[in-house]
Design a protein around this ligand. Structure first.
Ligand code: 4JN
Length: 445
């Protein structure tokens, strides 16, 4: 039996491995700390979820792209103190290169846009589903990997891009049976914070750091946030002003505070007006406290949340118009979101919306004795070449075969018996109706 592993650093199991008689030791059969196996039942759920991601991406006219999970560390070195860059799964490879298991996908997308250069026409609408990693001290016992669906639009400077991405997220929720009573999407803009910092003449270079700090609203206490803001050098007046504006949840109130000609207000009003036209206005709400924790966001940001408040953010994203220039390239306006594979499954469980994904096999082919194993091969092969899923079973008692047929929801049981085969026939059992008949082997469909 596999040694039970406990939460010790870096995943060594705490119990000694089972010692088989020959003295060798059994490897720890658990996956590395913080990672998951996907046995068939879990894999069916994951495949179903990813199929929903793909179907929404198709409906939204996005193209699929992919990248290595392994990326250059340089792509993720940022100085804003984000959690994501403090938990890099980074190492030096055998060639002395600094590499990472990517913690997110957006920088890879940006790298490919730069690499494609003038060979692509804008706007680009790309999506991918990929595994992302973080190295977290296991004391917190959290996962170190998850899969993220990313949808990104490059070369669309106006809020049409954000509106399109919000529709993709809402279409996904609707496909899963989730309603706007279950989930909402908080929307704001980093330009709100930018406007407040301008009001207090706070230098531009503090913007990103302040965003990363205020993103902890809801995770840290107000006092802790204020303390962190003060340490960046902000005056207590500016800190109070920031906290006050970020507590706004009314766009008209924001307009009163910031004025109508502030870009943030104009963008958000346009977005909420589009939402009415798309028909998803009841899903979204303005909430100035949303800033998201990634340093590179520059405009509208959003995150989906469960209205019961039991779970972490379901997905999130925003506009990042100046990411490419941090890689030394000309900027291209961009906007995107990441949608993880874990919180959404917790939500589906909460709402009783997990789909029934049992196995479905068309036919079981079973030779009734050893000398018919050859003919059974040709029966199975012929059905498979017609596109039927066939489980070829042998060396089992018939009682087991019937039980197995039930377990895998087989449609038919094809019995290859001696007397029937001598007449060129096989016996077919329709398992749902128990109907049974003989048919010519070479006419079996
Ligand atoms: N960025 C990131 C990577 C892996 C996990 Br689990 N969560 C967040």
């Amino acid at each position: 039996s596999a040694p039970s592993s406990s939460a010790v650093e870096d995943g060594e199991s705490s119990s000694s491995p089972v010692m088989p008689p020959d003295g060798s030791s059994v490897v720890d059969v658990n996956p590395p700390r913080g990672t998951r196996d996907f046995p068939p039942e879990d894999m069916r759920l994951r495949t179903w979820l990813f199929d929903q991601f793909r179907e929404v991406s198709r409906i939204m006219a996005f193209e699929e792209v992919d990248f290595p999970v392994l990326e250059s560390e340089a792509l993720f070195i940022r100085k804003a103190g984000e959690e994501i860059t403090q938990q890099l799964y980074n190492f030096e490879d055998k060639g002395g290169r600094r590499v990472v298991l990517r913690p997110e996908i957006t920088p890879s997308l940006a790298r490919l846009v730069i690499k494609q250069g003038k060979s692509v026409s804008l706007p680009l609408k790309w999506f991918t589903i990929g595994q992302c990693w973080r190295y977290e001290r296991m004391t917190r016992g959290r996962r170190r990997e998850h899969y993220q669906w990313n949808m990104d639009i490059f070369g669309m400077p106006k809020v049409r891009a954000e509106s399109e991405l919000l529709q993709a997220i809402i279409l996904l929720f609707e496909r899963l049976g989730i309603t706007s009573s279950d989930v909402g999407i908080r929307v704001s803009s980093r330009k709100v914070l930018q406007a407040v910092l301008n009001m207090y003449s706070i230098p531009e270079h503090l913007f990103t750091e302040v965003c990363v700090i205020v993103d902890k609203l809801g995770k840290l206490t107000r006092e802790e946030i204020e303390k962190e803001l003060i340490t960046t050098g902000l005056s207590s007046e500016a800190v109070q002003g920031i906290i006050e504006v970020l507590s706004l949840k009314s766009l008209p109130k924001l307009e009163e505070v910031l004025g109508s000609n502030v870009e943030a207000v104009a963008d958000l009003k346009k977005l909420f007006s589009f939402a009415e036209q798309y028909g998803y206005a009841d899903w979204i709400c303005f909430d100035a406290s949303v800033v998201r924790g990634l340093a590179y966001y520059t405009g509208i940001v959003f995150e989906a949340f469960d209205r019961e408040g039991k779970l972490r953010a379901i997905c999130g994203g925003g506009r990042y118009d100046r990411l490419l220039s941090t890689f030394g390239s000309e900027d291209v306006p961009a906007c995107g979101f990441g949608f993880g594979d874990a919180v959404i499954v917790e939500l589906l469980k909460e709402k009783g919306l997990l789909p029934d994904l049992s196995r479905q096999i068309d036919d079981i082919v079973f030779p009734l004795d050893e000398e018919l194993e050859g003919p059974a091969s040709s029966v199975a092969s012929s059905l498979r070449r017609k596109g039927r899923s066939v489980d070829l079973v042998e060396d089992k008692r018939l009682k087991w075969v019937f039980k197995h047929a039930e377990r895998i929801n087989a449609g038919r049981l094809i019995l290859v018996g001696k007397s029937e085969w001598e007449r060129g026939m096989v016996r077919v059992k329709i398992l749902s109706t128990r109907e049974e008949y003989e048919v010519k082997a070479d006419e079996l469909q």
